[in-house]
Design a binder for this molecule. Structure first.
Ligand SMILES: [Zn+2]
Length: 184
């Protein structure tokens, strides 16, 4: 998938919970690809969609975030990373789980070609639906409340309630993001 779509999907997952950390999630959502380029720059050759695309990497990042997170940045970076993996699993080449098996995961048959029209429709349609529809949805409110008030360390580490903006306040932010993606 393209970076634009990865950023749109990560934004859709982050905006209802912690809009302030969309940049962290977007950085995570593109990390599996830009980290390949960084490794390459330092002379470490890695195959595309191999080591940086193992499923356990975002799982380790998210787990670590529970221990050492600073202002949730690592958590949302890890969530973004995970959305990249899920989104790439929709494409024909699929994604690996680990180095211990050569199996590649494909969701829904892996039919979404990178850069195709249907990819943008899915990614930006998902973002649109989250922003327009989900705030009204009972299941979503239930999840969000559970997320905010879950009475354990998650509440302390994952989301300072005063940082949560109401979804109506996100339109300006979203507008800026879409403008940014258009010029990208
Ligand atoms: Zn990728």
């Amino acid at each position: 998938m393209t970076w634009k779509s990865h950023i749109a999907i990560a934004t859709a997952c982050t905006i209802p919970f912690n809009p302030a950390l969309i940049p962290a999630a977007s950085l995570g959502a593109t990390a599996p690809d830009w980290s390949e380029e960084i490794l390459d720059f330092f002379g470490v050759y890695v195959e595309h969609r191999e080591i940086t695309h193992y499923l356990y990497i975002p799982i380790i990042i998210i787990s670590t975030s529970f221990l050492i997170d600073f202002q949730n940045i690592l958590f949302w970076f890890g969530v973004g990373y995970l959305t990249h993996w899920v989104a790439d699993a929709l494409t024909p080449s699929g994604v690996p789980i680990s180095q211990f098996d050569s199996y590649r995961i494909h969701f829904f048959g892996g039919k979404i070609r990178t850069g195709s029209f249907i990819e943008y429709i899915l990614a930006f349609g998902f973002l649109f639906l989250i922003v327009q529809y989900l705030p009204e949805n009972n299941l979503f409110l239930f999840l969000k409340q559970g997320y905010l008030y879950f009475p354990n360390f998650l509440q302390l580490y994952m989301i300072p309630p005063d940082k949560v903006c109401k979804i109506e306040e996100n339109n300006e932010l979203l507008h800026q993001l879409l403008t940014f993606l258009l010029i990208l």
